[in-house]
Design a protein around this ligand. Structure first.
Ligand code: FPP
Length: 238
């Protein structure tokens, strides 16, 4: 039967619950993150097959540095491994990768691996995959505002003529359409400083499923729920 559903062009995900998933099984938290990383790879493939054009995941927030050093190291190592091993896969699947967030605080070798992967996948025309690392929406907006203010102070722009598009163009997500659907796993119903500017009109979907248990079936459920929403962007029902 023909699939008549609307598939959201851009899906963003707050992948929560790795720690709780591991604890429930008597495993160290880092095992939850490792399973979470495997799920990321699978969901990227599933999203692509479903016709989703952009997938953005929250892998490490500007606040996550306050976790125990061993957990931060384990997460960074997972991301490092991902950057170094995913190129062949991306080439095969035509995936374009971009990292959003302040990369300057990351280890040199990780920054280099990210730059290599972004460069080598830049002309891929399949699904665009954004990974948020050392990302915080307020930090992203402050960096954008500082850059606009510097232009204004240097006389390159007129502050009174600035538009929403000007700010969007300075965000890490420049050129990427705003998310249509934001998913958060594992029961919490908050945004946690993720894509605050970009989700102004996104549909929000919360599920109790922990991220390491997330699957194509769960993604399908979220897309079904999205199909039952009526998006009005502040307008009236016609
Ligand atoms: C939230 O679970 C999850 C994170 C802080 C990290 C997400 C990272 C990954 C899934 C792995 C790496 C990603 C890629 C792109 C390869 P939590 O630890 O806060 O869980 P809890 O709330 O149950 O403690």
């Amino acid at each position: 039967m023909e699939d008549k559903r609307k598939v959201p062009a851009h899906v963003a995900i707050i992948m929560d619950g790795n720690g709780r998933w591991a604890k429930k099984r008597g495993l160290p938290r880092t095992m939850g993150h490792a399973q979470g990383a495997r799920v990321v790879e699978q969901i990227l493939e599933d999203a692509d097959h479903m016709g989703i054009r952009y997938l953005t995941v929250y892998a490490f927030s500007t606040e996550n540095w306050s976790r125990p050093g061993s957990e931060v190291t384990a997460l960074m190592n997972l991301l490092r491994t991902y950057m170094k091993t995913s190129l062949a896969k991306c080439a095969r699947n035509n995936v374009r990768i971009r990292v959003i967030g302040d990369k300057t605080r990351l280890d040199e070798d990780l920054q280099q691996a990210i730059a290599d992967l972004e460069r080598d996948t830049a002309s891929n025309t399949g699904i665009q995959f954004q990974i948020a690392i050392n990302y915080g929406a307020r930090d992203e907006m402050m960096r954008a505002i500082r850059s606009l203010a510097a232009d204004a102070a240097a006389g390159r722009t007129d502050p009174s003529a600035l538009t929403e598009e000007d700010l969007s163009a300075r965000l890490d997500t420049a050129g990427i359409p705003d998310p249509d659907l934001l998913i958060r796993t594992c029961g919490e119903q908050r945004i946690s400083n993720f894509l605050l500017w970009q989700i102004a009109y996104s549909e929000l979907y919360f599920t109790d499923c922990a991220w390491p248990d997330f699957s194509k079936a769960e993604l399908e459920k979220a897309v079904d729920a999205y199909n039952h929403r009526e998006r009005r962007y502040g307008g009236l029902v016609n």
